[in-house]
Design a protein around this ligand. Structure first.
Ligand code: NAD
Ligand code: FES
Length: 294
């Protein structure tokens, strides 16, 4: 049983939960995720790690409550318990394997979209702790949907905000702001990391390509059970089948077949709708299983 230490609503339908999970807090690295089961009969829900504190033994997760399972997760109160939290899972961000010398020479720009801002935070925090300069762009539909701006301001070298309606910061999409920083403000970067909705990651990749800027994306949002078993997170990377939960979640953006990933993500907004769609796909004999496709 994993105790819930705090719960806070960050924006409409977006909740932050802090749990006591000392073993995960001790070994978590930027880019990894956890699997939460609200109760004994609950589904396994993969969630990105938004923060971790090895000393306090806490892990922070941010959940967009859209379906039954995610609503169950955010309906539990402080002092209540989740049945279990497994992790850290997935491969850490590539930069954790680079030497400090290499890293500190690099100029990073992170592009965070909507709820995708939460998994960006531990990456930027880690880089800041290791003396690396990082610019961050956060985009949201409106000022009210922005999350983690204060936390990010504390760790980013420069923080740029974009809202679709212009209610805060730059009026427009994150891609337009990225392009403006490069072409009008003379910014130059060695690596771009984009985490957010799939469509955003696709267009950030196209923008990065224009400037020959290497780009990494996180395909977390495709996962259903996070175990490598359901096949839901299958993606084509450089022409090869990969599974986001075991081979990722981060990939070289230039290698990702975004159109296929978006087709598979399709109109299924919730974990349950996606699980159902994947089950139907398997019944119809489509190749979607790990082991069959690999
Ligand atoms: P959103 O729709 O509000 O988009 C966030 C920002 O992305 C926008 O403000 C805009 O600047 C940019 N954007 C959107 N469409 C764009 C386009 N066509 N071109 C360029 N930029 C564009 O974000 P949201 O509502 O928070 O998104 C939720 C989605 O993000 C969910 O589908 C969720 O599954 C996914 N998500 C992804 C991750 C991940 O790891 N990749 C993590 C959490 C959530
Ligand atoms: Fe099920 Fe990856 S989420 S195989």
């Amino acid at each position: 049983m994993v105790e819930i230490l705090s719960r806070e609503m960050l924006a409409e339908n977006i909740w932050q939960t802090v749990v006591y999970a000392p073993r995960i807090a001790k070994s978590a690295k930027p880019g990894q995720f956890i699997i939460v089961r609200a109760d004994e009969r609950g589904e396994r829900i993969p969630l990105t790690i938004a923060d971790y504190d090895a000393e306090k033994g806490t892990v922070t997760m941010v959940t967009q409550a859209l379906g039954l399972s995610t609503r169950k997760i955010v309906s539990k109160g402080v002092g209540e318990h989740f049945a279990d939290v497994a992790g850290p899972l997935g491969r850490p961000s590539d930069f954790v394997h680079e030497t400090m010398e290499e890293l500190q020479r690099k100029r990073f720009v992170f592009v965070a979209g909507g709820v995708g801002t939460a998994p960006v935070y531990p990456q930027v925090k880690w880089l800041k702790e290791h003396g690396v300069e990082v610019d961050v762009i956060i985009g949201a539909k409106t000022k009210d949907m922005l999350i983690y701006t204060e936390q990010m301001r504390a760790v980013a070298s420069n923080l740029y905000i974009a809202t679709d309606d212009g209610s805060e910061g730059f009026h427009g999409l994150v891609t337009a702001l990225l392009e403006k920083l490069i072409t009008e403000q003379g910014k130059s970067y060695d690596c771009c990391v984009a985490i957010g909705p799939m469509i955003m990651m696709k267009f950030v990749t196209l923008t990065a390509k224009k400037f020959n800027l290497p780009c990494i994306v996180s395909l977390n949002a495709l996962m259903v059970d996070g175990t490598g078993m359901c096949g839901a997170c299958r993606v084509t990377i450089a022409g090869k089948t990969k599974f986001t939960c075991v081979d990722g979640p981060e990939f070289n953006a230039y290698d990702v077949d975004f159109d296929e990933a978006m087709r598979r993500q399709g109109m299924y907004r919730t974990q349950e709708q996606r699980a159902l769609a994947i089950a139907r796909e398997r019944e119809q004999g489509h190749k979607c299983n790990i082991g069959l496709d690999k």
